[in-house]
Structure formats: structure tokens, C-alpha cells
Design a protein around this ligand. Structure first.
Ligand code: NOJ
Ligand code: CA
Length: 512
């Protein structure tokens, strides 16, 4: 297992919205380079950057037209290398975003594969053998070329599905996973990985990692495919780290991923925490953490020793955390996010409580996701310090609220969320029990109840974490006798007759 993951805390950067240095209104590599000090200062030692490759940007870069070339709007391959090198100089790591499931319709492979005459790319995508037959799935591209067939799409209609074969081919056009077409796709995927790992990136976040083999309901074919990729990495890049957009850690980690995300889709009940009508971390105190915990425990058991389950604060596809969890509630939410096993992922701006910007027109295939992708708010200068471009040129409009949070404002305020997050990260790093691989035992996680308590443990250390996001005091039966907290927020607990009562809006860490 790669050592640096032990105390990794990731920061997700959406490059177009982070920092623009040439006044075109779009963030760029140089902007990220300038802000590495900031990320390091916060305590994050690893970065996941969303796709930054050549693309017509119909899905914000998840529609790639050249896997081997940085998108000119962000900079050159050399500048990307400089950014990676600069991160390494600080002891930080960078994961790029690998999009193996589909390309843009503008990719030259797709153009070649649309041709009626057979060629090298005829089988690069999933095509039926007649325009009148559509493949089952997300829909298909039909009647767009002379090729007599329909091409499966993977997500949006302009994202044709690359061909990794069918788990159990049934129709003549469905190819086996080991047929020449799917094998060539896998070889190309390895070439892409080799290219960027060779340039120095530390690994990949993998887009829709669960979706590659078709007709594969239980994921068995896709797991096998990733195991092969892992073998290749073990041989050529044993230090390369892989995190999957999958949401089912028992499958993805079996496939050889080091980490998997719990996400707003899938069986994890992640949404119960922050994103539903009554989130557990809302001060209203009407949430339920029990289903999340039950599934987490099952997964944790199944994946023990195999890899990490990662709980993100949010990402570019979800509503901003601050849309449903506000003010001091966010501090309790971060106490949870930064004290669970696995590597935490902080979505840029969540550390200052950046808000979801309501009512925006979709940008680059963002639709409702656009409001979570607005420019980073650095300070009170022009365009919140994001860009010197005219306001109308900004990639996405800024949060117009006069009281929008900024990095500078929060750095100057010792009681801010920024400082809380920074201190929680430092606290996590100081305590082996709280790091990625420490154990977890849930002490109190009852249905529709508060507080929420668990013990994290490492060889020489055990720490009880108590969280009460609700606005009301709450009690639970506790066998430990608790001394002064190592760290807490929101008041003091009382302990009597084996019961601990904690104030509303509280978190505390206790040595036990
Ligand atoms: C998941 C990505 O996170 C999302 O932004 C994208 O639109 C789809 N996959 C398609 O690549
Ligand atoms: Ca720019």
C-alpha cells in the first residue's frame, strides 16, 4: 500500500474556476501553481484536478478530444509538468482525472470509427451492426455518418462509449472482453496512463470507473479489467495511486483501486449526511445517520486491509455542502469528515463555506451542477481575486452575495471555518488513530438520534469522537470516563451515571 496515503488529505481543484492568471476569465495551471502555497498552508498534501485535456468542453472537459495534450486554455504539457514538479517540491502529490469510458464526438478515433470502411478504430467504440438497432443503455448516436450502426453513448449524447466489450456477449455485434477491439482500447488506456505517469503525475481519479464493461450488472467484468490495469501499474508504476468514481468500495477495491469515493449515487446513504431534506448535519436535528453507518460498517469490514473508503466534502457534481449545512454546522460536519478513516477530500472552497450559486444558466454541460462550480473567492478585490477579466468573461458568474466568504476574510478571522478546517487537518495528522488507516468502532449511531459517537484507534492510541450537529443537547450511554477533550467546539459535556450529555452544535475528541 502506498505510504503517503496514510496521512493524505486531498483538495479537489476544478481548474477552470480556481485562479486565472492571464485575464481570459478561465482558471489555468499557472493559477494553481500560484496557489499551491495556499493549499499546503491549509494542510492538504494532495490534489485531485478535474480533466485538463484538450476538449470541446461540452461536459467541462469530461469529453476529451486528445488524451495526450493539455487543454490550451489551461496551458501546455510543459506547464502542467511544472505544476506537478512544484507540488512534488512541497512534498505534495497530484492526481489527474482519467476518463476511460468515453471520448468527445470530436476525438479523431470517433471520426475514424464513424467511417463505413473498416479501419483501425472501427471497434474502438460500442456499435451495433445496423442503424435500426440501438444498444441498451444511456442511448445512442444514430444516423450521423455512413456507418450502418448505432453507437452507444456513455453519459451525454456527445460522449460515445469506448469499447471494453460485453461481459456475456449475446448479439453478433457485442464483443467479448478479450476480442481485438476491446483489447486495443485497454492498451490505449495503458498508453495514456503511462504518458502522464511518465510526466510525473502521482496517479488518477477515474471517471465512471464502474461502467466500462457492458452487460455487467454485478461488475465482475469491470473488476477483472481493473485488476489487469493494476497488474500493469504494479509492473511499471508501483507507486501510482488510483481512486475510483464507483461508490461501491467492495467492488472497486477488489479491482485494485487504492481508494473509492462514497458519492451522491450508489448504495452508501452518503446523501443522508449532508444532502437530503433533513440532513444529519443540519442543526434542525431531524436527520438519521444509522443507515449510513450500517452500510459503512459492512463496507469497512469487506475492504479491511484492501484500501480506503473516502468521504468527500462535495465535488463538482453535487450541490455545495453549504447549500444544506450552514454556519457552525459546517464546523461539526468537517469534524466528521476529517476524523473518519480513509483519505478526506475537500472540494475547493468548501473550506470557507462557499455557497451554491442559485439560478445560473448552465455552463459547459454543468446544468444544476453549475452553481457548485463558481469561481474561487480569494479576497475582496476585483472578481474576488479570481481573475482580472471583465465580469462578463468569467467562466461562471461569481456568487453575487455581498457577504460571500473569501479566503482573505476568513484568514483574518480566528473563529472562521477556514481556521477550524486547518486546525482539524493538523489535529488529524498529529494523531495516528485519526489517520487514513486507523480503526473505527461505532459507539452510538441510533436511528433518528443524536449524538453520533465513534472510537478511532491505532496501536497506541484511542480517540472517542462525539458529534452533535443538532441544535439541542443530547445524551448517550458511554462506558468511558472522559477527561478534558483533546479538542472540542461548542461547549462542554457533562457525565453522570454512565451517561454523557453534550450541548447542541458540538464536537469533541477525547482520549480513551
Ligand atoms: C462523472 C463526472 O464527475 C461528471 O462531471 C461527468 O459529467 C460524468 N462523469 C461524465 O464523464
Ligand atoms: Ca486563464
Amino acid at each position: 500500500m502506498v505510504k503517503w496515503l496514510d496521512d493524505a488529505v486531498f483538495y479537489e481543484i476544478y481548474p477552470q474556476s480556481f485562479k486565472d492568471t492571464n485575464g481570459d476569465g478561465i482558471g489555468d495551471f499557472r493559477g494553481i501553481l500560484e496557489k499551491l502555497d495556499y493549499i499546503e498552508g491549509l494542510g492538504c498534501n494532495a490534489v485531485w484536478m478535474n480533466p485538463c485535456f484538450e476538449s470541446p468542453f461540452g461536459d467541462a472537459g469530461y469529453d476529451i478530444s486528445d488524451y495526450y495534450k493539455a487543454a490550451p486554455r489551461y496551458g501546455t504539457n510543459d506547464e502542467l509538468k511544472q505544476l506537478i514538479d512544484a507540488a512534488h517540491d512541497r512534498g505534495m502529490h497530484i492526481l489527474l482525472d482519467l476518463v476511460p469510458g468515453h471520448t468527445s464526438t470530436e476525438h479523431e478515433w470517433f471520426r475514424a470509427s464513424m467511417r463505413a470502411e473498416k479501419n483501425e478504430y472501427t471497434d474502438r467504440y460500442v456499435w451495433t451492426d445496423s442503424i435500426w438497432e440501438e444498444p441498451e443503455g444511456q442511448g445512442s448516436l444514430r444516423g450521423i455518418s455512413d456507418r450502418d450502426g448505432s453507437c452507444l453513448v456513455s453519459f451525454f449524447s456527445h460522449q460515445p462509449a469506448l469499447n471494453y466489450g460485453y461481459y456475456r456477449p449475446e448479439k453478433p455485434w457485442q464483443q467479448a472482453m478479450d476480442a481485438p477491439g476491446p483489447r486495443a482500447t485497454v492498451e490505449e488506456l495503458k498508453r495514456i496512463m503511462r504518458f502522464w505517469l511518465g510526466i510525473g503525475c502521482d496517479g488518477f481519479r477515474v471517471d465512471m470507473a464502474h461502467s466500462l464493461v457492458k452487460g455487467d450488472e454485478d461488475g465482475k467484468g469491470t473488476v477483472r479489467l481493473w485488476q489487469k490495469i493494476r497488474e500493469f501499474l504494479e509492473e511499471e508504476f508501483p507507486e501510482a495511486v488510483m481512486v475510483s468514481e464507483w461508490g461501491e468500495p467492495d467492488k472497486s477495491l477488489a479491482g485494485g483501486f487504492h481508494m473509492d469515493f462514497l458519492l451522491h449515487f450508489g448504495p452508501s446513504h452518503y446523501n443522508d449526511l449532508f444532502r437530503c431534506d433533513e440532513p444529519y448535519f443540519s442543526g434542525r436535528g431531524k436527520g438519521d445517520v444509522s443507515k449510513f453507518v450500517r452500510i459503512y460498517q459492512e463496507n469497512h469490514k469487506k475492504t479491511a486491509g484492501k484500501g480506503l473508503i473516502c468521504i468527500p466534502s462535495g465535488n463538482h457534481d453535487m450541490d455545495r455542502l453549504a447549500r444544506t449545512v450552514c454556519k457552525d454546522e459546517l464546523k461539526v460536519a468537517f469534524a466528521f469528515l476529517l476524523s473518519m478513516p480513509g483519505a478526506p477530500f475537500i472540494y475547493y472552497g468548501d473550506e470557507i463555506g462557499m455557497r451554491y450559486v442559485e439560478g445560473l444558466t448552465s455552463v459547459e454541460g454543468g446544468y444544476n451542477r453549475t452553481g457548485s462550480r463558481s469561481p474561487m473567492q480569494w479576497d475582496a478585490s476585483v472578481n474576488a481575486g479570481f481573475s482580472l477579466a471583465g465580469e462578463e468573461k468569467l467562466y461562471i458568474p461569481l456568487d453575487p452575495a455581498p457577504d460571500r466568504p473569501t479566503v482573505k476574510g476568513q484568514m483574518e478571522d480566528p473563529a472562521s471555518l477556514y481556521h477550524e478546517v486547518k486546525e482539524l487537518i493538523a489535529f488529524r495528522k498529529e494523531h495516528p488513530a485519526l489517520r487514513s488507516r486507523g480503526g473505527i468502532e461505532f459507539i452510538y449511531a441510533e436511528k433518528n438520534a443524536y449524538p453520533f459517537a465513534y472510537v478511532r484507534s491505532a496501536e497506541d492510541e484511542k480517540i472517542l469522537v462525539i458529534l452533535n450537529p443538532s441544535g439541542q443537547p443530547a445524551s448517550f450511554a458511554c462506558e468511558y470516563s472522559l477527561a478534558e477533550p483533546l479538542r472540542s467546539f461548542g461547549g462542554k459535556i457533562t457525565q453522570r451515571d454512565g451517561s454523557v450529555t453534550v450541548p447542541g452544535g458540538f464536537y469533541g475528541f477525547y482520549r480513551v
